[in-house]
Write a protein that binds this ligand. Structure first.
Ligand SMILES: [Zn+2]
Length: 91
């Protein structure tokens, strides 16, 4: 496998599925095979993006401390963004 081919798969996956969460079928364990996705040739494109923390698809996220930290930061950022909008809205 050259780097060129993984980049091409990344591009294709991003354009088609909106993320770069894919894997070579030959490298998957049974659990990974059970996750929803589309197999094209040697590659499985998951239907969901992957959690940064546990490397699982989002709906299978293990919710480890690391993942909780990521999710907390994302929630706080969302709350900050909402408060900011609210402030502007209240005038
Ligand atoms: Zn996770």
């Amino acid at each position: 496998m050259s780097e060129d081919s993984t980049e091409a798969i990344d591009d294709y996956s991003l354009n088609t599925y909106g993320h770069t969460n894919w894997a070579y079928v030959s490298t998957l364990d049974d659990e990974q095979k059970s996750w929803a996705g589309t197999i094209e040739g040697e590659v499985k494109y998951y239907h969901e993006d992957k959690c940064w923390g546990c490397d699982m698809i989002i709906s299978k996220c293990e919710d480890s401390d690391y993942c909780k930290e990521i999710n907390k930061v994302e929630e706080e950022e969302e709350i900050l963004a909402q408060n900011h909008l609210r402030k502007w809205g209240d005038g």
